[in-house]
Design a protein around this ligand. Structure first.
Ligand SMILES: NC(=O)c1ccc[n+]([C@@H]2O[C@H](COP(=O)([O-])OP(=O)(O)OC[C@H]3O[C@@H](n4cnc5c(N)ncnc54)[C@H](OP(=O)(O)O)[C@@H]3O)[C@@H](O)[C@H]2O)c1
Length: 310
């Protein structure tokens, strides 16, 4: 685990980490559990999930059974709602929600709700889950210690030059489908909505922080190849991969999330974007338009909160 992460105790703090069964989410879970947090991770597959919580507890040096598992497919709106209901029923306190689960699909896929899957998992689910759990997060805040929502973003959002490019085709319907473009759009929409949420919730004791984990060697990046990129960028894939994901571990990439969740210096600060080293940073100019932030949040609220499954 990266030692540059602020070593603030998380004893007594309760955390929910989506997509904590592998990759950066699993490293985040280890880092939080090691600092004393009561950690619950989510994943889709019970067997994989059970093995993941066993490994997290072992790596964190906490008793087996201390790290909990919840099963939910965050690409299914009813599952997101059920997950929130279960957390509200079982967890009287919740201090940290880490919206980490993410996908980057090589081909266009739709969810049972008819949403393009990058958009559903990377953008709709984090906003819906945050909305559904905000009350519990707010009630759990203590004097001088806000509850925290972390949104795991990506520098890929910078690929999209204008907010309108993302908001104009959020479901990646325009042909041809280019995986990295659809992923980057979903990340830009989620980031802009995160900024709007931070502003909306600024008078509540809940902060919202977006983080860039940076490239990491995970199942997501291992599943990618040059065809994920727009044709003009494909020649650079092998070099990017060698210098980027292949050289960085998930543990290193968890640094920015752990900083957002644990740093005392960030107490009470909301609407920040942390770079790969956990330092507040500027995002792309396309992501800094407040009107687009409101449009992104309205879009995701419309698709999530206001969508009743057919
Ligand atoms: N790796 C990178 O280079 C990189 C760079 C920038 C940003 N990020 C972001 O970092 C986050 C973590 O990525 P990663 O590289 O660690 O990915 P990963 O290794 O593929 O892990 C993804 C996690 O998300 C879960 N997940 C995937 N689809 C899900 C769904 N539909 N419902 C519920 N859970 C789902 C997976 O759980 P199950 O499979 O067990 O369900 C797994 O725990 C993502 O938001 C990603 O966009 C990654």
């Amino acid at each position: 685990m990266d030692t540059r992460v602020p070593d603030r105790s998380l004893a007594g703090r309760v955390a929910l980490i989506t997509g904590g069964t592998g990759g950066i989410g699993m490293s985040t879970a280890v880092g939080m559990a090691r600092r004393g947090a009561e950690v619950t991770v989510t994943g889709r597959d019970p067997e994989r999930g059970r093995e993941a919580v066993r490994r997290i507890a072992e790596a964190a040096g906490v008793a087996p059974g201390t790290v909990r598992l919840r099963i939910a497919d965050l690409g299914v709106l009813d599952d997101v709602r059920r997950l929130a209901d279960e957390v509200l029923a079982d967890a009287p306190r919740l201090h940290m929600l880490v919206n980490n689960a993410g996908v980057n699909n090589g081909t266009r896929r739709t969810t049972p709700d008819g949403l393009e899957e990058n958009l559903a998992v990377n953008a709709v689910a984090p906003v819906l889950l945050t909305r559904l759990l905000h009350g519990r997060l707010a009630e759990s805040a203590e004097a001088g210690r806000s509850s925290r929502v972390v949104l795991v973003s990506s520098s890929a959002h910078k690929m999209i030059r204008r907010a309108a490019d993302a908001l104009g085709d959020p479901q990646a319907e325009a042909a041809p489908y280019v995986a990295m473009t659809a992923y980057a759009r979903s990340k830009l929409i989620a980031l802009m909505a995160g900024f709007a949420l931070a502003r909306e919730l600024r008078n509540s004791p809940v902060t919202v922080t977006a983080v860039d984990p940076g490239p990491a060697d995970t199942s997501m990046t291992r599943s990618m190849d040059r065809t994920f990129l727009p044709p003009a960028m494909r020649a650079g894939w092998a070099l990017y991969y060698r210098l980027g994901p292949a050289r960085r571990s998930a543990d290193t990439a968890a640094l920015s999330t752990l900083t957002a969740a644990a740093s005392a210096e960030l107490e009470g600060r909301t609407g920040l974007y942390l770079d790969t080293r956990g330092r507040p940073a500027r995002t792309s100019s396309a992501s800094r338009d407040e009107q687009a932030h409101r449009a992104a949040l309205a879009l995701l609220d419309g698709l999530g909160v206001d969508t009743v499954r057919p």
